[in-house]
Design a protein around this ligand. Structure first.
Ligand SMILES: [Zn+2]
Length: 258
């Protein structure tokens, strides 16, 4: 069930950790000659464990100010200036950027930046392919919308290409998406199917519906006046059923590409 629930309440969770791609970034930084000379390994480039992170803010980059009568306030950590790591770690650079600057890259920019590191760029490409290329690698999961969280979950599923014979249920995945992002989403769902899985989508969006192999049209109206099977079949079959509102709206779209 790939829903729109947040991927985590912890501000430490972010797109790149969710896809387990941060391990690749840390391994890369830890293997640099500059890091080795300073006695730093992959573990020092983690903001979750002590060693390389700023111990004052415990690697979050901010301090939480507990307010008794209001919501908690967050202020930038004045030891690391929000950079999350100690100066030792921040002095190590890969292609001119330190770990903090890398976490501030967008997914799209990071793909170009890390060109040549196939495993990592493939995971980043997955995020772009579902329209999340604008997210920053280190962006806190708590700032993601429901739709963004849902697509991140889909990307995490796609990352594991060994998964087969799974049934995915998605509840209105196009909510809040622009037309271009809906196209990307449809392409991604197609990849899940091509990989041997089954995808069930609860959806009103006609661009998604027309791409289905099989439509189950419930109606005829919404709420109490609906819930009965009006039509089912391929899109071409459903448009032949006069009682189906979906079929009526679907008809002009069939035969069009895009
Ligand atoms: Zn700090």
């Amino acid at each position: 069930m790939i829903d729109q629930q947040p991927i985590g309440r912890s501000p430490r969770s972010n797109p790149i950790t969710y896809l387990k791609a941060f391990d690749d970034v840390r391994a890369l930084f830890g293997s640099l000659p500059e890091a080795r000379r300073n006695g730093l390994g992959p573990a020092h480039f983690s903001f979750n464990t002590s060693g390389g992170r700023c111990e004052y803010c415990l690697g979050t980059g901010y301090e939480k100010l507990e307010m008794y009568f209001f919501e908690d306030l967050y202020a930038t950590c004045d030891r690391c200036n929000g950079h999350r790591f100690n100066p030792h770690v921040l002095s190590v650079r890969y292609r001119g950027k330190n770990i903090h600057e890398v976490l501030n890259l967008t997914v799209d920019d990071a793909q170009a930046f890390f060109s040549g590191t196939t495993r990592l760029t493939r995971k980043l490409w997955l995020l772009s392919s579902i329209g999340l290329g604008y997210l920053r690698l280190g962006q806190s999961a708590t700032t993601l919308s429901g739709g963004e969280a849902q697509r991140l979950k889909i990307a995490a599923e796609l990352k594991d290409t060994s998964a087969r014979d799974l049934l995915y249920i998605l509840d209105e995945p196009t909510t809040g998406l622009h037309l271009d992002d809906i196209r990307k989403l449809i392409a991604v769902l197609g990849k899940l199917v091509d990989a041997g899985n089954t995808v069930v989508v609860v959806e009103h969006n006609l661009d998604v519906i027309k791409c289905a192999d099989w439509i189950v049209d419930l109606g005829p109206e919404g709420g109490d006046d609906g819930g009965r099977l009006v039509a089912q079949g391929t899109p071409e079959q459903v448009v032949q059923v006069p009682e189906s509102h979906t079929g009526r709206f679907l008809k002009p779209l069939l035969g069009k590409t895009g």
